[in-house]
Design a protein around this ligand. Sequence first.
Ligand code: NAD
Ligand code: APR
Length: 245
Amino acid sequence: MNLPEARAALASARRVAVLTGAGVSAESGIPTFRDAQTGHWARFRPEDLASPEAYRRDPETVWQWYAGRYADVSRAQPNEAHRLLAELERAKGAGFFLATQNVDGLHTRAGSERLVELHGNLTTARCEGCGIVTPLPAPDTFTPPPTCPVCAARMRPNIVWFGEYLPEDALEAATHAFQEADVALIVGTSGVVYPAAGLAFETRREGGVVIEVNPEETELTPYMDHSVRDVASKGLAALLGEEPA
Ligand code: NAD
Ligand code: APR
């Protein structure tokens, strides 16, 4: 499939499912995870910061890392890629579904509403006692760890860590949407973490078209009907027939 055919498939699709990863926020200045130079995992070991064991071992250090990322994402602004995806949602209406692996909340701030956050959200915390999720205070007034306003227990970052399960309802909704999709867009993810990366195969298995937007090849590239080798803002603009702003 070439670009004009991919554009035509997307334009005529009644149901579109989108999976995004850290790459869609790269143009907002937020580091990805696996970039060899700037990625989080190039500077930290994920098992030291993004696992239940790390949190049990040293909650203060884990909270300090997340408080720093929370401050970073609060300063970041949604970019053209987030805007184009919110626009695609308005065009497709109930036929649109966005599953993001990102925890930065930028899709919501760009106006996306039909989305699930498969790995949680950095701007909220979850109580270790009663399980409620509450928004974090503004970064400049936030001193971790937060305590639960309901049961006063300590609250943890509302993030899915390595080895943890994704929220079942979010994963179920995403799986269904990708099974039903005429076209799936896979934007800015290395496609190495499951079950998120597996969503692309749900669309393929049902005969849908799968299109990737990524400046580099990924684990999913061999299974794509078309790959747009560009950054998210430009790749999405090319697919949607919009000149980037
Ligand atoms: P892992 O390698 O331990 O895998 C967890 C396993 O559980 C995977 O095989 C996955 O397919 C399976 N699984 C997860 N949720 C499931 C569900 N609801 N139903 C059935 N199977 C399920 O850990 P991982 O996959 O590398 O990471 C686990 C999760 O934590 C991933 O979603 C990952 O993206 C997330 N994570 C988030 C951050 C962050 O900072 N946001 C950091 C690291 C990992
Ligand atoms: N536009 C589009 N894609 C980009 C851009 C950009 N401007 N910049 C980088 N990319 C691509 C990279 O080529 C890479 O394929 O984004 C991808 C980022 O991959 P990762 O760093 O692995 O991030 P992600 O795929 O989101 O990681 C999945 O792993 O650690 C866990 O929970 C964490 O949600 C994360 C999950």
